[in-house]
Design a protein around this ligand. Structure first.
Ligand SMILES: [Zn+2]
Ligand SMILES: [Zn+2]
Length: 265
């Protein structure tokens, strides 16, 4: 007799619309082989119903070659957007998996605010796939999750950006790309200023809000290192920019940014 999985017995509630749904039976056990690129609907098929999972919109070309903001028109090559031409960010480039809306926003909320940390593995896998789409992982000397303020970290109990990339060394090793043990560096950056939510602030207010918000752990040397900053969501980019400035002032050669989601501005 074929084994009856718990998933077949217990349908799931969709994170986005709240409806009960029967999970697809063809989802791979665990996360499957690292060689295969698993699409969003497969990775998220256990927590979003078939209708909601199909609403996902990937960040795809054409996009701003600097900040990664996708252009409205689907035609033409990547180029630098108007905002980056006038006020370029200090990081070299930023890329994201998908737009911050619908099912992707809901699963990020479930991870961050409802403690569903089992979502970190499939979301981290998505993030890894986007990393290798744009860059060679070994080009980065260090991968740094954007830190929370210590008070926020105490309240939440975890840094969601760190949760997302915790499994990357295992994925990298399985893909034949062993990384140094300190590749994921959760202690390099500190957030020593409590900041207001960036949403709703004007550009000058955002910059004042984030000014000197981050510092380096004492006695750390990152001279000439190439660093990847990781976060769950990029909204205006000011937070990542402030981190990048701190790292570049400390001697980093290059700072790039990868997020799960990109706010629709
Ligand atoms: Zn749904
Ligand atoms: Zn741009």
């Amino acid at each position: 007799m074929a084994a009856i999985t718990s998933e077949a017995l217990f349908p799931g509630f969709c994170c986005e619309c709240g409806r009960l749904f029967k999970m697809p039976q063809n989802l791979p056990g665990g996360l499957g082989s690292v060689a295969a690129d698993l699409p969003f609907n497969v990775l998220m098929g256990r927590c979003l119903c078939p209708a909601c999972v199909e609403q996902f919109r990937a960040v795809s070309a054409p996009l701003c070659s600097h900040c990664g903001q996708p252009f409205v028109s689907p035609q033409g090559p990547d180029h630098v957007c108007g905002q980056c031409s006038e006020h370029p960010f200090r990081f070299q480039s930023a890329r994201a998996v998908g737009l911050y809306e619908g099912g992707l926003r809901s699963v990020i909320h479930q991870l961050k605010y409802h403690g569903r940390d089992q979502l970190a593995a499939p979301l981290g896998r998505l993030l890894w796939q986007t990393l290798i789409h744009y860059w060679e992982p070994c080009r980065f000397d260090r991968v740094v999750p954007i830190p929370l303020h210590p008070r926020r970290l105490r309240e939440r109990g975890f840094n969601q950006a760190h949760l997302l990339i915790r499994q990357w060394p295992a994925i990298a090793a399985a893909a034949g790309l062993p990384m140094p043990s300190d590749w994921i560096d959760n202690r390099l950056l500190k957030r020593h200023k409590e900041t207001l939510p960036q949403t709703g602030l004007k550009k000058v207010q955002r910059e004042t809000n984030m000014h000197h918000a981050f510092c380096l752990e004492p006695n750390r040397c990152i001279r000439n290192e190439r660093i990847l900053l990781v976060d769950d969501v990029m909204t205006t980019g000011t937070t990542a920019d402030s981190c990048a400035l701190t790292l570049l002032c400390a001697g980093a050669a290059e700072v790039r940014v990868l997020t799960l989601a990109r706010a629709v501005l």
